[in-house]
Every structure is written in structure tokens, then in C-alpha cells.
Design a protein around this ligand. Structure first.
Ligand SMILES: Nc1ncnc2c1ncn2[C@@H]1O[C@H](COP(=O)(O)OP(=O)(O)OP(=O)(O)O)[C@@H](O)[C@H]1O
Length: 275
């Protein structure tokens, strides 16, 4: 297994400006091997911009990217992928009307035969895909010919993440992988995240769900308006504290105050009467 604290990828003092918009300011983040780094923040806080920088989609306006401790630049997302940085977006990346095996190897299909008579080795695609997802506890899938549309949301996420790992991801960026899922389905994905961590993969887990974050996270970074508002380790804050931080504590107190003023008006109006 990879050593626990070796950073695989790091951002140092990264800022990103778009025309007229300062999306990120002086953000530093380190993703060690075998650790889950939770990236949290409200809408517009800069999470997407940050993962686009980590995955080679944008270059930073200022600051550095270090890969295995060496300063680097990604030419594009393909370059980042080739160097082991895989991004799995919620609900994209699998095709419902295609089989599990075909989805798993999409764009990298195993071939058999000798060129020019090569054809898709569907037996291999089916066998490997089923092995890979069963390895992480999805035992309901037994046949690689099964259509992805018949899998649950959590199983589809696991398929997409398992595929990234099979193709050599060392850093997995998971963009809101549990946000559209029910409790049981989210648990499937969270278990998978733990299994990936145990294999020494560095994980960036983007979520709005403070509870999911505290269940699997080792390190936490909260972004507010493009800046790191807090950065801490597992056990240093409860999920309630985390939630309040994400909402920008004071704002939540203001909302609670407003609701307290409104509440008596609402409760004293008898049902069926209008004012
Ligand atoms: N390509 C772009 N051009 C101009 N402004 C952008 C661009 N991408 C992001 N921004 C701006 O940067 C800020 C941060 O946006 P970003 O999408 O990174 O936030 P986010 O935390 O991912 O939000 P969400 O959860 O809603 O996706 C926002 O003000 C957004 O409008």
C-alpha cells in the first residue's frame, strides 16, 4: 500500500480569475495517498473551478500544481488523466442502454485477433467489469451483458469509479457522487470510497452533504467565495459545525432570526382563514 501521508497532488496558493470574476483566491490543498479529502462549499464557492484545475481543464492564473512533489502543468484533461488524475462526475460517464462490460471499457475496448481482423473481446470486457465491481461489494451484478440502465444510481457510480481505478487512477476526483442518491445507495458509494482509500488512492470528495463527508473524510477543506474558509482533520469538527461553516455560520444565524420573527404570524393564523 502507498505510504499514508505522501501528497500525490497539491495546489499551492492557487488563484483563478475569469473575465470580471475572481473564482479562487490563494487556495492550497494537498491530496495524500490513501486519504479522502472532502471539498465542501455552497453553490458558487469555487469547487468546480478547483476540480477543473486539478483535472487539467483550466490552468491556474496564479500559484502552483505539484504532482508527486514536482511542479507541473497539465496541457489538457487527457494529459491529467494519463498521469493518473481521474474525475468522475455525478450522472455522467455511463450509458444506460449499453451493457456493463461495454460501459466499463468505453473508448478502451479490449480487442482479440490479429490486425486487421481484430474484434472486440466482449467476453473479456464482461468478465473484467463484473470482477472489478464485485470486488468492491456490488454482488448483484453477475453478468457483464446486463444493461447499465438496470443498475441503481449507487451501482452506476461504483461502475464509473471502479473503471477509473482499473485504468490506473491514483487520484480520484468525485464530483457530488452521493447527492442524487437515497440513503442505502449513498452508503454503497461511501463504502466504495473507503475501499478505494484502502488501496492507496487519493480521493477528492466534493459534496454538499456534511454528514457523508464526516463519515468518510480524513481531511476537510471548506471554500467560501473562492477562499479556504477552514481546513481541518477528521474528528476536529462535528457534522453540525461543518454544516454551519459551509453555510457561512453568520448567515445561518440571520436566517434563524428571520424565521423566528415570522413563526408566530404563521402559527397563530387559523387554518382556512385568510388575513
Ligand atoms: N468559465 C467561467 N467564466 C466566468 N466565470 C466563471 C466560470 N466558471 C466559474 N465562474 C464563476 O466562478 C465562481 C465559482 O464558480 P464554481 O462553478 O467554481 O462554484 P461551485 O462551488 O462549483 O458552485 P456549484 O456548486 O454551483 O457548481 C462563480 O462566481 C462562477 O460564476
Amino acid at each position: 500500500m502507498a505510504s499514508e501521508n505522501r501528497p500525490l497532488i497539491e495546489l499551492q496558493g492557487v488563484s483563478k480569475r475569469f473575465a470580471g470574476v475572481q473564482a479562487l483566491t490563494d487556495v492550497s490543498l494537498s491530496v495524500p495517498a490513501g486519504q479522502v479529502v472532502c471539498l465542501l462549499g455552497d453553490n458558487g464557492a469555487g469547487k468546480s473551478t478547483l476540480i477543473k484545475i486539478l483535472s487539467g481543464f483550466h490552468g491556474p492564473s496564479e500559484g502552483k500544481i505539484l504532482l508527486d512533489g514536482v511542479e507541473t502543468q497539465f496541457t489538457d484533461p487527457r494529459d491529467a488523466r494519463a498521469r493518473g488524475i481521474a474525475t468522475v462526475h455525478q450522472d455522467i460517464g455511463t450509458i444506460p442502454l449499453m451493457s456493463v462490460g461495454r460501459n466499463f471499457f468505453l473508448g478502451a475496448e479490449p480487442k482479440k485477433g490479429v490486425w486487421p481482423f481484430q474484434r472486440l473481446d466482449i467476453e473479456k470486457a464482461n468478465r473484467v467489469s463484473v470482477e472489478q465491481i464485485r470486488r468492491f461489494g456490488i454482488t448483484r451484478v453477475r453478468d457483464g451483458n446486463q444493461l447499465v440502465g438496470s443498475l441503481s444510481g449507487g451501482e452506476r457510480q461504483v461502475l464509473a469509479i471502479g473503471r477509473a481505478m482499473y485504468f490506473g487512477a491514483r487520484v480520484l476526483i468525485l464530483d457530488e457522487p452521493t447527492s442524487a442518491l437515497g440513503v442505502k445507495e449513498a452508503a454503497t458509494v461511501l463504502r466504495f470510497i473507503q475501499a478505494a482509500r484502502a488501496e492507496g488512492v487519493g480521493i477528492v470528495f466534493i459534496t454538499h452533504n456534511a454528514h457523508h463527508a464526516t463519515l468518510v473524510g480524513d481531511l476537510f477543506t471548506v471554500l467560501i467565495q473562492g477562499r479556504v474558509a477552514a481546513s481541518f482533520k477528521r474528528g476536529e469538527k462535528s457534522s453540525t459545525e461543518l454544516l454551519s461553516l459551509m453555510a457561512g455560520g453568520e448567515q445561518m444565524e440571520d436566517i434563524a432570526g428571520e424565521l423566528a420573527v415570522l413563526a408566530p404570524t404563521v402559527t397563530t393564523t387559523p387554518l382556512g382563514e385568510t388575513q
